[in-house]
Design a protein around this ligand. Structure first.
Ligand SMILES: *Cc1c(COP(=O)(O)O)cnc(C)c1O
Length: 354
């Protein structure tokens, strides 16, 4: 039987997507060729790329609004520096809400002045700072919508006239937002969209071309826009499988439909964490992530028994990130409510036995 996969990334994908992707690896579009052995310039693959661009923009409600979608390589980590390379002329603002935003800050400092407007580091990144001034002369403000490691998530975004850049690697396509608020969104595929190997970038075209430095072609968003994500050989398998996942989401009813299920999953799991005395939720209540649920055991001595029980129940990937410890249940789009129920049942059983 398939495991209940709570892995943080790479992570669960819809079973039917994995089936279709594996079929395409054997025989793509009845060409009697594999998806991974045909030219990326062939008509069949160009159609995949077009469809992937189109699905990403339409699911986010950003079609015909001046945005372009790109499928690039190098992970979200390359975007940490690409954003600054393309946008940072004088000064950028960053909010530090965890490991990933700290890394983004570090990279941006290579390109210009970086002002860290607020940080929740002193609080163990258990919350998201909400009150800080946003200078109006920033080239952009960079946020991380969901903090995968600490399990916190922006519940609302600051109002500002400054261009907004957001790392949405671990919660893109999981909840309805006014995506038009953002000028640039990036997300590594391997959290909520597809396999590792491609990064979705959504960028408002009028944001680009404003810095004075020369930008190497491979790092220039305008080059990738001009070549429709085919400046060099794209990551064909990752793009194809991401396209399948986006198509799956569209058939399900889009982001609004998946958000309802995500809300139910989060309510079930946090509800148990709040009432079961054996567990201690990590993130502050007002900033809890609906994608990565972090918690510890009140009594560490129960660790061995709890670990044996969830493994026995067919659960995979529940260990917390090495920097936080404890547990992390990643409940991305493709994870079912039934899988969350299995985890909750294990937690209740532990309480009964303890
Ligand atoms: C995983 C993750 C990253 C890093 O992604 P890579 O594709 O491995 O570079 C960056 N930001 C967030 C929010 C993440 O969850």
């Amino acid at each position: 039987m398939k495991k209940h996969n709570f892995s943080a990334g790479p992570c669960i994908l819809p079973q039917e997507v994995i089936k279709k992707a594996s079929d395409a690896v054997l025989n793509f579009n009845n060409l009697n060729l594999s998806l991974i052995e045909i030219s990326h310039r062939s008509k069949d693959f160009v159609e995949v790329m077009d469809k992937a661009h189109h699905l990403a923009l339409s699911l986010l409600g950003l079609e015909n609004k001046g945005y372009k979608a790109l499928f690039l390589q190098g992970g979200a980590s390359l975007e940490f520096l690409m954003v600054a390379y393309n946008l940072l002329e004088r000064k950028a603002g960053y909010v530090d809400t965890g490991t990933w935003s700290s890394k983004a800050i570090k990279e941006a400092k290579n390109f210009g002045a970086v002002q860290v407007l607020a940080s929740s580091k002193d609080n163990g990144y258990k919350n998201i700072p909400t009150s800080y001034e946003i200078p109006t002369d920033l080239d952009y403000l960079h946020l991380t919508s969901n903090n995968t490691i600490y399990g916190t998530q922006y519940q609302s975004f600051p109002e500002t006239s400054v261009p907004l850049v957001c790392d949405m690697s671990s919660d893109i396509f999981s909840r309805v937002l006014d995506f038009e608020k953002f000028d640039l969104i990036y997300a590594g595929a391997q959290k909520n969209m597809g396999p590792a190997g491609t990064t979705l970038v959504i960028v408002k075209e009028d944001l680009l071309g404003k810095v004075s430095r020369a930008i190497p072609a491979m790092l220039d968003y305008r080059v990738h826009i001009d070549k429709e994500s085919m400046f060099n050989t794209p990551s064909v398998f990752a793009v194809y499988t991401s396209m399948l996942t986006l198509d799956w989401l569209k058939d399900l009813g889009g982001i609004a439909a998946i958000e309802k299920i995500n809300d139910q999953k989060a309510a079930l799991l946090y509800g148990e964490l709040d009432k079961n005395p054996l567990f201690v939720p990590y993130a502050d209540k007002d900033f809890r992530s609906k994608m990565n649920v972090t918690f510890t055991l009140a009594d560490e001595q129960l660790g061995d028994r709890f670990n044996a029980m969830w493994k026995e129940a067919g659960i995979n990937g529940l260990n917390g990130h090495r920097s936080v410890g404890g547990y992390r249940a990643s409940i991305y789009n493709a994870l079912s409510l039934e899988s969350v129920q299995v985890l909750v049942d294990v937690m209740r059983e532990l309480e009964k036995q303890a």
